[in-house]
Design a protein. Structure first.
Length: 202
C-alpha cells in the first residue's frame, strides 16, 4: 500500500532527525503507570537499549539525586494544573546520571493528551542540552572573575619601585593606573611589587 509505505519512510526520516538532534520521545500512561522511552531517551539516560524498566520509578532512578525532589515537585504541580487545563505544557531542565556516573543536562517537555483523545496519557520529548549548560557555566565563571577584578580595581595598592641606583619612595595609586603604567613598559614588571589594601586604608 503506497500510503503505508509513505508513512514508514516518514517515520524513518523523523527517527533519524531525532537521533541526530539528540532528542528522544516518551509517553506515560497515568492510568497503568507504564512509561515508554524511545531508544534516544535510553541513550540520553545512559542505559542499554531495551533495558529501561518502563515505570515512573525507573525514570526517577535515572534523575540526578540532587534534582529528584525538584523534578517530583514540578511534575506534581503540572499534573495538578493540567487536570483543570490539559492544554498546559510541561517544561523543565534537570540533570540525569547514568549507571556509569556520567552526568547530562536534559530539556524535558510534555503535555497531557486528553485533548487528542487519549485521556490520562502524557507524552513529550527530552533533548540533550549538556553542551549549552557547560557554556553557560563557563560564561558565569568568566563574568565572576571579571567582577572580582573590577572590585579589586576600586582598592588601593602601594607601588614600590627600586631602581638600580636610586630609591623612589612608595606612592599610593589606583590599581587601574598601576596596570596602565605597567602596560606602558615604562618600568619592567619584575621591578614592581604590589600589596592590596581596602579603600579605607586597612
Amino acid at each position: 500500500m503506497p500510503g503505508a509505505a509513505s508513512r514508514d519512510v516518514n517515520g524513518d526520516v523523523l527517527a533519524g532527525a531525532l537521533a541526530a538532534a539528540r532528542v528522544g520521545v516518551w509517553r506515560w500512561n497515568l492510568n497503568t503507570g507504564e512509561v515508554y522511552w524511545s531508544p534516544e531517551v535510553e541513550s540520553l539516560f545512559g542505559v542499554a537499549p531495551g533495558s529501561f524498566g518502563g515505570s515512573i520509578e525507573a525514570y526517577r532512578q535515572g534523575i540526578h539525586p540532587s534534582d529528584r525532589a525538584m523534578v517530583e515537585a514540578a511534575l506534581g504541580a503540572y499534573l495538578e494544573r493540567a487536570t483543570l487545563d490539559p492544554s498546559l505544557h510541561y517544561h523543565l531542565e534537570h540533570r540525569v546520571q547514568g549507571p556509569d556516573g556520567t552526568m547530562r543536562w536534559l530539556d524535558c517537555r510534555g503535555q497531557m493528551l486528553d485533548g487528542l483523545g487519549e485521556p490520562g496519557t502524557m507524552a513529550g520529548t527530552v533533548m540533550d542540552i549538556t553542551a549549552r549548560k557547560q557554556t553557560e557555566a563557563a560564561l558565569r565563571t568568566s563574568e565572576e572573575r571579571y567582577r572580582n577584578f573590577s572590585e579589586l580595581a576600586t582598592a588601593y595598592v602601594y607601588l614600590t619601585i627600586e631602581a638600580a641606583h636610586s630609591w623612589v619612595p612608595s606612592v599610593t595609586l589606583h590599581l587601574d593606573e598601576v596596570m596602565s603604567y605597567i602596560c606602558s613598559a615604562a618600568i619592567p614588571a619584575g621591578m614592581i611589587t604590589t600589596s592590596t589594601v581596602a579603600a579605607d586604608g586597612t
